[in-house]
Design a protein around this ligand. Structure first.
Ligand code: 5AD
Ligand code: SF4
Ligand code: FES
Length: 364
């Protein structure tokens, strides 16, 4: 007999089979029960708080060629840009003025001594221009242990590196077959990031071609096993100028991908009650209020895009990315209204460190 969702939710230890059952829900009432339960857990552990991080996509140069991504190096249609240090500092200032307690610096993957040094200097400069507690998250891809350590020592506290999928075989299908796109290297990097001492974030894409519900259940168990502090995951969205686009007719319908993403967030919240979970922009590109639905399913972090308007149109990882005609001002106003609409509060005076990280540090 199939167990009822309510029975499952009352059992604190979800097995692989339980997770598969929850992710496979098709019935509306069951879906709502799961989402409500996850939100309840989020409310109990974190409160009705949403933490903000300002996202700065400071360069779209990338040496990689991931088969799903719009800014892959093989896409010659992209206008490449890199923001200057001054432009980045101005954006940080804007973030501080708007009471952000931290920013995320993101770019395509670049690996060189010059790049490492530039980022180290940039962290130092930003630290001088902000208060000592200002939180830095880096999302700069695969690097050596030494580079991660240099950036941590310079003052960055958090690092995001999505594993994309925890299944090696699937990883190989969505990346070119060469040394630059090696699953084992990615895993090694994630382990290094944890070892260096960062609050560590990772995540996966949901609804990829060839991906199964079993893969996704295992992704969730992987996140738990790795004991990570933060997760950003969202639906895979096709981009017309990428190799994976040829599989677009075999994909799950967008609406199903969206709801499955919400259930992934919800089950993760149940598995890891005290981590930070971001409600991603990719959710918003399927449903205008998508990120708010993510918050209602157990996510607690939003990363409003602060990239200056003139660059936004060049950082398109997937088609239909929202807010590319907006400026940072517009998004901030829009966002705080939306957060209030769903009965949550932006936690302006809270650094929003992952509670999980604090606990992990204490037990080390
Ligand atoms: N659809 C959804 N997410 C994508 N990313 C890259 N391309 C896509 C896409 N087509 C995500 C990856 C990457 C992050 C920066 O953006 O997970 O790690
Ligand atoms: Fe580069 Fe990241 Fe896009 Fe891969 S997903 S091509 S590493 S920006
Ligand atoms: Fe960008 Fe609403 S979040 S305009």
């Amino acid at each position: 007999m199939i167990q009822s969702v309510i029975d499952l939710l009352n059992n604190p230890e979800l097995s692989r089979e339980d997770i598969i059952r929850l992710l496979s829900i098709t019935e509306r009432t069951e879906h709502e029960q799961l989402i409500k339960h996850a939100y309840y857990i989020k409310e109990q552990t974190i409160g009705r708080n949403v933490y903000l991080r300002g996202l700065i996509e400071f360069s779209n140069y990338c040496k990689k060629n991931c088969l799903y991504c719009g800014i892959r190096c093989g896409n010659t249609k992209v206008n490449r840009y890199t923001m200057t240090d001054d432009e980045i500092l101005e954006t940080v200032e804007f973030a501080v003025e708007n009471r952000f307690t931290g920013i995320v610096l993101q770019s395509g993957e670049q690996q060189s001594d010059e790049f490492t040094e530039r980022i180290t200097n940039l962290i130092t400069k930003i630290k001088q221009a902000t208060h000592p507690e200002f939180r830095f998250t880096l999302s700069l891809g695969e690097q050596s242990f030494e580079t991660y350590k240099a950036w941590f020592d310079a003052g960055a506290q958090r690092y995001l590196l999505r594993i994309e999928t925890s299944n090696e075989e699937l990883y190989r299908k969505i990346h070119p077959d060469n040394k630059l796109h090696d699953f084992k290297t990615r895993l090694r990097c994630l382990e290094d990031i944890l070892k260096v001492g960062f609050q560590t974030g990772t995540g996966v894409m949901i609804g990829l071609p060839f991906q199964t519900i079993e893969n996704l259940a295992e992704d969730l168990l992987f996140l738990k096993k790795m004991n990570i502090d933060m997760v950003g995951m969202g639906p895979y969205l096709e981009h017309a100028d990428t190799p994976l686009y040829e599989h677009k007719n075999s994909l799950m319908p967008l609406n199903d991908r969206f709801n499955l993403s919400l259930r992934m967030i919800a089950v993760l919240r149940i598995l890891m009650p005290n981590i930070n979970i971001a409600s991603t922009t990719a959710l918003q590109s399927i449903v205008p209020m998508g990120r708010e639905y993510g918050l209602k399913a157990g996510a607690n972090v939003l990363m409003p895009n602060l990239t200056p308007g003139k660059y936004r149109g060049n950082y398109l990882l997937y088609d239909n990315k929202p807010c590319i005609d907006e400026e940072a001002d517009d998004c901030i106003d829009c966002l705080s209204n939306r957060v209030q609409m769903i009965g949550e509060e932006i936690a302006y005076d809270n650094f929003g460190d992952s509670k999980h990280y604090k606990k992990r540090q204490r037990s080390n």
